[in-house]
Design a protein around this ligand. Sequence first.
Ligand code: ARG
Length: 274
Amino acid sequence: MKKRSMMFLGIVLMLMVILSACGSSEETSGDTATNKEEEEKKTLRVVTDAAYAPMEYQDKGNVVGFDIDFVKAVAEEAGYELEIEHVGWDPIFVEIESKRADLAVSSITINDDRKQTYDFSVPYFQSTNKILVPDGSDIKSAEDLKGKKVAVQNGTTGQAAMDALLGKNHEDIKKFDDNNLAIMEMESGGAAAVVADNVVVEEYAKNNADKNLTVIEDETFDSEFYGLLFPKGSELVEEFNTALNAVIDNGKYEEIYQEWFGSEPNIDILKEQQ
Ligand code: ARG
């Protein structure tokens, strides 16, 4: 009797092993199916200038920032994988114009000049230029920049604002490939101020309290909006606009914004622009 029940137990155990093996093989094939789906997701090449914290910058070899989380959320919504590469500011425009990259995210202001050569998504972020100076500087407004050396990143709206204020190619405008180099120029005494996007100079002053820097607002600087940049005629624009709006409407945008800025975004102002 004992022997027989042992045998029975043995058979039951064997059956369980066989069944669980079947189960797991089914699971494996299930996994392969989802892997396949993921593989089929098209990978897009995204270029950026990751020297513009907190929007896009490098941290331990990774490109991170608000823009990066944002573009990833939008791509996920649209069903794409991304390969994000730091190429620098001027190369972004070369990569996009030549269609070597599918899109760029880099705090890029939407303006008429750029619209002639590129396509943009709908606006996703409001910005304006601000002036970064050492504490105690006699510069209190844009007007006070006249007669002073001003460092800007080459080819940005900060440079355009200085061209408009001081005159195009004025010798007092010191242009740098990367915004961090413009800030270093001011810190080493080669320029009296830096003009760049508000979130970037504000973050820099806040994170470098020991450097005693002040950020000055001037209402003569335009209100600007960032957009994702695409090659002219790209079919991705519409898909990304739909996904971008979905990310705004489903709360994901706000979540990412809160994570990076600790405050609520003004969604209405973005929607008004569409
Ligand atoms: N918003 C400005 C522009 O479009 C500056 C952007 C600079 N971005 C960067 N990642 N360096 O001209």
